[in-house]
Design a protein around this ligand. Structure first.
Ligand code: KIV
Length: 272
């Protein structure tokens, strides 16, 4: 058995920093409910993200914007109950932290108190510096998120690769350095050129977790429904599918319907 699967110690922000130092890649995946979080944790995941992608894959919305703080707390509470080892990080949803730093702190405190998640993730750089600092001052670990930040999709107008031009790439590097300086424990880089992501990962000491950012970073994150093939309508180049659960679920449900219709289920052993 691989060493990383034998290590049953609780993952902390400190242990993630150690993993970066010794060159061990960090595995991170989203989860939104108790049962899936328990399976993912038992498989040995390092970080479980209660992402606001719940808006897309759980609630069927087109964007992450409709997610509320109450909804994030509901999902995070369920996830935390299923997790023993992984670090649980919860997204601060759109509109719960951009207004001012007091609002950001109040939102982050609610997540920590009510869900028992262990850290929050916030999208953005210098524009939300004050909000991040205020949350950090309360002793709440913050994971940054730069590059394609889906809460700003209406500003971007497209989910295309970000920071291809020099000016945006330079701003992203400055933001990453700033997030490290003020005390973020890690950083997600979404959908940016691999060379830029590798450079950021080399220039900052905090772990950099990529999604669509190539293999030169310190870890990877995917949305659980995408990598398990539950949600097959989304096929960006960066996505690797590890299962075809939509076919497995469809076949199983069709089989059940057939068994009910033909009176095959329940049989004599399946009744009292
Ligand atoms: O909400 C989410 O799932 C995320 C990941 C894509 C990083 O933010």
């Amino acid at each position: 058995m691989a060493n990383y699967l034998q290590d049953q110690r609780k993952v902390t922000t400190h242990r993630l920093a150690e993993m970066k130092q010794r060159g061990e890649k960090i595995a991170m995946l989203t989860a939104y409910d108790y049962s899936m979080a328990r399976l993912i944790d038992e498989a040995g995941m390092d970080v479980i993200l209660v992402g606001d992608s719940a808006s897309n894959v759980m609630a069927g919305n087109m964007t992450t914007l409709p997610m509320t703080l109450d909804q994030m707390i509901y999902h995070a509470k369920s996830v935390v109950k299923g997790v023993k080892r992984a670090l649980v990080v919860c997204d601060l949803p759109f509109g719960s932290y951009q207004g001012n730093s007091k609002e950001a702190l109040a939102s982050a405190v609610r997540i920590m108190k009510e869900s028992h998640a262990e850290a929050v993730k916030m999208e953005g750089g210098s524009e939300i510096r004050e909000s991040i600092e205020r949350v950090l001052c309360a002793g709440i670990p913050v994971m940054g998120h730069l590059g394609l930040t889906p809460q700003s999709i209406n500003k971007f107008g497209t989910y295309a690769v970000r920071a291809k031009e020099e000016a945006e790439a330079n701003k992203l590097i400055e933001d990453a350095q700033m997030l490290e300086e003020i005390g973020c424990f890690a950083l997600v880089l979404e959908k940016i050129p691999a060379t830029l992501a590798t450079r950021v990962s080399q220039e900052v000491n905090i772990p950099v977790i990529g999604i669509g950012a190539g293999g030169g970073v310190d870890g990877q994150v995917l949305v659980m429904h995408d990598m398990l093939g539950i949600n097959k309508g989304f096929s960006p180049r960066f996505l690797r599918r590890y299962a075809d659960l939509s076919t497995i679920i469809n076949d199983a449900v069709a089989h059940y319907i057939d068994d009910v219709k033909t009176s095959d289920f329940p049989n004599e052993k399946e009744q009292y």
